[in-house]
Design a binder for this molecule. Structure first.
Ligand code: SF4
Length: 494
């Protein structure tokens, strides 16, 4: 079955689990790459807190999960395919003692969805064994892999860019972790928010562009590093600050040490899609609560594209803050017209043909008594291929909507991502191939409007160079090779 959501190359075999997920997960949302957590808390076993930190980041990746721990002597690892709750049982956590841990939850953007690519990954070098968890996408991983094979005589046995990062950090020259990180920063191109551990130190690294988020908090007299502030909240840690672009943090028995790579640019180029959709609404990004940014996107969208109507609804759950922002700015009532089954994707029972035909209704259900006879504004946070939008509009028509006006609280996606987000190929992106009027006709709406790039900038309240907006503009913070295959490091035919 060709999945409707998430790009997979034709030579990427789908497991039965993938097939089940792809059926239920029929919204063509972009998929985030990964979530990372690291904890250093002397005197406490931290595997359980790491588990719950990852649990708060499950939305960032659902293919595999893993935790590595140490009591100061050696690293233990448990990493498997599946959701965090499937990968870890009580006995697995009991086998992971130690006051130092890193954890990872993965959606593959480079390297197939396979057990051998589940993270954290281990690597050995002159500084001993390390474990590495990575969120992002290194766009020159294939060249670096060849270079490391020749220079250091390495043989790579996995197929993700994280293996290249892990080997580089294990073997790079340098008197301390800062020099090692700067050696890596000079070579790695792309997005990498990293948690790394040796047997007795926790290291966190954010790439010089700061594309993926990474923050630090305090817990039980120690420290926590996580992709999002919501993970800190989830384990009772106190948010300290976001880690800067180009910053390396080392936490050990002497405390916390930090240095920013002198060549890192002054402002970051964080992925603006984190603000629009990826990050949890209760996470703080670049000093702003994502929920507030999303409401402002909805308000900007109203000011740019008002329309007379009776009701504003959002496509649940991710578009609700944007819809509330649109409704508040317009004075039109906000309501919940569609209910989402929050447990979709958590079953292992494959659908039969009859259930396949029911399609999107297994995930969303429109409430007739709320929709019938109304002129409805449907606010969505993004349209990738449009498969979900087409089905939702058909569902609303069936429920008796008199008019349907679609308002998208992000600009049209006209280009692909190269920094850790799996959305679609260029030929699959509807806005890269059709005009707004053609898309309106294709999805069956009475009207359609997107937020402008300027409107988005106003909503996130920053200068032009402070976010990557590449998928909306085709202009990226660093040169990229268009149409990169996420399986570029896989041997042919595998
Ligand atoms: S291209 Fe789009 S999705 Fe990718 S990092 Fe930039 S803004 Fe985010």
């Amino acid at each position: 079955m060709q999945p409707e959501s998430g790009f997979r190359s034709a030579h990427s075999p789908q497991s039965p689990l993938d097939q089940v997920r792809d059926h239920f997960d029929q919204d063509d949302r972009p998929r985030e790459a990964c979530g990372v957590v690291g904890i250093y808390s002397p005197g406490h076993d931290v595997a359980r807190s790491t588990f719950f930190g990852l649990f708060a980041l499950q939305h960032r990746g659902q293919e595999s999960a893993g935790i590595a721990t140490s009591s100061g002597n050696h690293i233990q690892l448990h990493a498997r395919m599946g959701l965090i709750s499937q990968v870890f049982k009580e006995e697995d956590l009991a086998d992971l003692p130690g006051h130092l841990a890193i954890g990872h939850t993965r959606y593959s953007t480079m390297g197939g969805s396979k057990q051998h690519n589940a993270q954290p990954l281990l690597a050995n070098g002159p500084r001993g064994q390390i474990a590495v968890g990575h969120n992002g996408n290194v766009i020159n991983a294939a060249e670096l892999r060849e270079e490391l094979e020749q220079q250091w005589g390495l043989t790579f046995d996995r197929t993700s860019d994280t293996e290249v990062i892990a080997e580089m950090f294990a073997r790079a020259p340098g008197r301390d972790w800062f020099e090692v990180a700067w050696y890596a920063m000079r070579r790695l191109k792309g997005a990498y928010s990293l948690v790394i551990m040796s047997k007795d130190e926790l290291i966190a690294v954010r790439d010089p562009l700061g594309i993926r988020p990474l923050c630090i908090g305090k817990l039980n007299g120690g420290y926590v590093v996580a992709s999002e502030t919501a993970a800190l909240d989830n384990i009772g840690a106190t948010f300290v600050r976001e880690i800067e672009n180009g910053e390396t943090i080392v936490i050990n028995k002497d405390g916390l040490h930090s240095k920013v790579w002198p060549a890192a640019r002054k402002t970051h180029a964080m992925c603006v899609f984190e603000q629009i959709y990826f990050a949890r609404p209760d996470s703080v990004l670049n000093g702003q609560l994502a929920y507030d940014s999303r409401r402002r996107m909805g308000a900007e969208l109203f000011h740019e594209s008002p329309v007379d109507a009776d009701l504003v609804i959002g496509i649940p759950d991710s578009s609700i803050p944007h819809a509330i922002g649109y409704a508040n700015a317009s004075g039109i009532s906000y309501g919940e017209g569609i209910i989402r089954n929050r447990y979709v994707g958590r079953t292992f029972i494959a659908p039969d043909q009859r259930m396949r035909d029911v399609g999107v209704q297994m995930k969303f259900n429109a409430m007739r008594s709320i929709i019938e006879g109304k002129r409805v504004i449907v606010v969505d946070d993004s349209i990738v291929r449009s498969t979900t939008t087409v089905r939702v509009i058909a569902m609303l028509r069936k429920a008796g909507a008199k008019e349907i006006h679609v308002r998208v609280a992000a600009p049209a996606i006209i280009s692909t991502c190269h920094f850790g987000v799996d959305m679609a190929t260029l030929s699959e992106l509807i806005a890269a191939n059709k005009s707004v009027d053609e898309i309106r006709d294709h999805i069956g709406a009475d009207s359609l409007a997107y937020l402008s790039v300027d409107g988005l900038k106003r909503a996130v309240n920053v200068r032009d160079d402070s976010y990557c907006k590449g998928c909306f503009t085709g202009r990226y913070p660093i040169p990229v090779q268009l149409e990169m295959d996420k399986l570029a490091l896989e041997p042919a035919g595998v």
